[in-house]
Write a protein that binds this ligand. Structure first.
Ligand SMILES: C[S@@+](CC[C@H](N)C(=O)[O-])C[C@H]1O[C@@H](n2cnc3c(N)ncnc32)[C@H](O)[C@@H]1O
Length: 278
């Protein structure tokens, strides 16, 4: 997944550059791989009749699924990445969906106060510079009693598939940028106590984190492209010459053999379902 990079990296630059472009190129494979989470969030929002906001909506699949599951709701997706929002708009148009999309930083965007019935997110809330400020901003946007229902990754140790490429690459590239545990990034919400502290400091109540382990898969022919484009390795290979890309991708692909079952790649995603009320 392209949820990566050292803590110092500017998230806006990352998601408007290599990471966002990789997600746009890989959206069909990623959406199929992450569909179980889309279904979970659509089910959670199905009874909404007011405004539903998908935070860090990316290329929009979850927003569209929520809009379909809750036809009376007004669904919108917000993302900091212009290329991803452009892809979401195109996807909505192709699907004839009423979902709306806009490009903004959810941390400090001026949402209308107390206007949102439910905030959802599939892996889009771990990248804020100041997570307490971001979740306080989202809490102000939620109606009294409004619900937060988001999915985030548990730890890197519990998600070895997600770090297979960089663990293989680090042996081959001497100055490979090692992912930092702290700071914004894919695993920033791994620690339940930390997340609870963020949400409570931001004014959310009834905070709950439930572990959920979800079987995910992708077609084997998509694997090489996936590992070359996503995550910290994707960012490095984006700048590499063709010979280096070829050599590294062959070596790194071998590290994924344990996940390949015939023509399908299978892994378990270790995540949190995080819920709270405004
Ligand atoms: C791992 S991707 C998930 C995308 C989408 N939710 C999905 O599951 O396909 C994380 C998303 O969060 C977005 N993001 C990161 N920081 C953000 C911010 N401050 N405000 C809004 N979106 C942000 C990124 O641009 C990216 O689209």
């Amino acid at each position: 997944m392209s949820d990566a990079g050292p803590a110092a990296v500017d998230q806006k630059t990352l998601w408007n550059g290599a990471a966002g472009e990789a997600w746009v190129r890989g959206q069909d494979v990623l959406d199929a791989m992450l569909r179980p989470f889309e279904a979970m969030l659509a089910e959670a929002a199905a009874r909404c009749r007011g405004r539903v906001l998908d935070v860090g909506c990316g290329t929009g699949a979850t927003t569209l699924a929520v809009a379909e599951a809750a036809p009376e709701a007004e669904c919108a997706g917000v993302d900091i990445s212009e290329p991803m929002i452009a892809a979401a708009v195109a996807k909505a148009k192709a699907a004839g969906s009423s979902a709306q999309f806009f490009c903004a930083d959810a941390q400090d965007h001026g949402f209308a106060d107390a206007s949102i019935e439910m905030i959802v997110s599939r892996f889009g809330v771990m990248f804020f510079r100041d997570p307490v400020a971001a979740f306080a901003n989202l809490r102000r946007a939620a109606m009294a009693g409004g619900r937060l229902h988001v999915i985030a990754w548990r730890s890197a140790d519990e998600n070895p598939f997600m770090t297979t490429a960089e663990r293989a690459a680090v042996k081959l590239i001497p100055d490979f940028p090692v992912r930092k545990a702290e700071g914004p990034g894919q695993f920033a919400f791994a620690d339940a106590t930390h997340v609870r502290g963020i949400l409570e400091a931001a004014g959310w109540r009834d905070v709950s984190l439930m572990p959920v382990d979800v079987a995910c898969e992708m077609p084997e022919p998509a694997l090489r492209n996936y590992l070359m484009q996503m995550g910290p390795l994707g960012v490095v290979l984006n700048r590499a010459d063709a010979e280096t890309r070829d050599r590294l991708s062959t070596a790194v692909r071998a590290a994924f053999n344990r996940y390949v079952d015939g023509d399908t790649v299978r892994f378990d995603a270790a995540c949190w379902t995080i819920t709270a009320r405004a």
